[in-house]
Design a protein around this ligand. Structure first.
Ligand code: FES
Length: 148
């Protein structure tokens, strides 16, 4: 059996990761992955880049913004692949954030229920149009003008 190649072309990386070449180029422009160029200006990726792409995909599926993912990848030593421990640390941090987002969405869903079929879009009544109406506690009317 032959040794796997030390470097991958963009087509090979796309095939092995299931990520389109256009997305890989985008990741590279965003600084998430990197390659060297051959004398013919073709990209060559170290094999470790497969795990970086897997890390980016898994993180992005959680809804983590690419710039945040890039910030976490900056902690990787040059040329290193994210290992199990690296993913565990990142995913534990993001688990808290994910739970907070789920709570916010559940709250939004509960508020949205009142709006379904309503259509008033009222600044006085609709909690989605005017969420967290802090001035409402000061009474009706132009609270800022009255109280100043
Ligand atoms: S649209 Fe009427 S309560 Fe939101």
């Amino acid at each position: 059996m032959s040794e796997p190649p030390a470097e991958l072309t963009i087509g090979e990386l796309a095939q092995r990761s299931g990520v389109a070449t256009s997305a890989l180029r985008f990741y590279e422009r965003q600084g998430l992955i990197s390659s060297r160029r051959t004398s013919g200006n073709q990209r060559r990726y170290p094999r470790a880049m497969l795990r970086v792409v897997a890390f980016v995909r898994a993180s992005h599926h959680l809804g983590i913004p690419l710039e945040v993912i890039g910030g976490v990848l900056d902690f990787l030593p040059e040329g290193a692949a994210p290992d199990q421990a690296f993913w565990q640390r990142a995913s534990q941090c993001w688990s808290t954030e994910l739970n907070q987002r789920i709570e916010k969405l559940e709250c939004l869903r509960d508020r949205f229920t009142e709006c379904i079929g309503c259509g008033c879009l009222s600044f006085e009544q609709c909690v989605l149009v005017n969420p967290g109406d802090v001035l409402a506690a000061q009474g009706p009317g132009p609270a800022r003008l009255i109280n100043d």
